[in-house]
Write a protein that binds this ligand. Structure first.
Ligand SMILES: C[S@@+](CC[C@H](N)C(=O)[O-])C[C@H]1O[C@@H](n2cnc3c(N)ncnc32)[C@H](O)[C@@H]1O
Length: 242
């Protein structure tokens, strides 16, 4: 049963609100994703992984791993990789851990933790990914600094997320879908209309694609850039730890 009525609007403690919201939708998160994106999210994830170009046998960190979609995609691309997924929502991690024996075969570890303060040594990963999550963190710049800290020199970070489409017509059509239909469909398939109302709204105050690339630069990433998909309503940002 959904616990939707217990959800609070984001107040001072955005982190606690986000954690509670994902705990609420965790059991149906994967199914809702497939329906809401008509399965296209699988393609976007593959594109993000191609941009990461992880080194064979490398150690890769997936931030805000949720139920593990990016982690399992990475392992399907290259089974030699060693994956660590981190997320602060236990019920989402439970979904990832349930899938792991079938999809990871001992190559993935899922840890509970906050991406604002990563529990890893400096320069300990050969690459990092993040899927559909940067909008939800309290402080984007702090997360970007933390990602850079744990990456080895020359390692890349790739961030896949919804974005603000630059074309006004396209933006209008996308907004109708995102702010109108997503809460309705999310309510039915995902089990929480309130959560699927918050999720699109988290884009409203998120930087547009150019501004986010600047934040990558400000955090010290080199060769930063982004790729637009779906008319710019999806963007994949990347940067390299110099
Ligand atoms: C929309 S889901 C994305 C899950 C997964 N990356 C995917 O692509 O399907 C967002 C995830 O970010 C996690 N999250 C949000 N803020 C976090 C933080 N500060 N630290 C760790 N996890 C966080 C949530 O618990 C949730 O599992």
């Amino acid at each position: 049963m959904s616990t939707t009525p217990t959800l609070r609007p984001p107040g001072n403690d955005k982190g606690a609100f986000v954690r509670e919201m994902f705990a609420d939708i965790a059991p149906r998160y994967d199914a809702a994703n497939r329906v809401l994106t008509a399965g296209l999210d699988e393609r976007w994830r593959k594109r993000a992984i191609a941009l990461l170009a992880p080194p064979h046998g490398g150690r890769i960190l997936d931030l805000c791993c949720g139920t593990g979609d990016v982690v399992f995609h990475l392992l399907r691309t290259d089974p030699s990789l060693e994956l660590t997924g981190i997320d602060f929502c236990e019920p989402m991690l439970a979904g990832a851990r349930a899938r792991a024996p079938r999809e990871a075969r001992g190559r993935a570890t899922f840890l509970e933790g906050d991406v604002m303060a990563l529990p890893f040594e400096d320069a300990s990963f050969d690459g990092a990914t993040m899927g559909f999550s940067l909008r939800n963190v309290v402080d984007i710049d702090q997360v970007l600094r933390e990602v850079r800290r744990v990456l080895r020199p020359g390692a890349r970070f790739v961030n896949l997320d919804v974005s603000k489409a630059p074309n006004p017509l396209f933006k209008r059509a996308f907004d109708l879908y995102f702010y109108g239909l997503v809460p309705l469909i999310g309510g039915i398939v995902g089990g929480s209309k309130r959560a699927y109302t918050y999720l699109p709204n988290s884009l409203t105050h998120h930087p547009n694609a150019d501004a986010l690339r600047e934040r990558f630069e400000r955090a010290g990433f080199a060769q930063s850039g982004y790729v637009r998909l779906m008319g710019g309503s999806i963007a994949i940002h990347y940067g390299t730890n110099p």
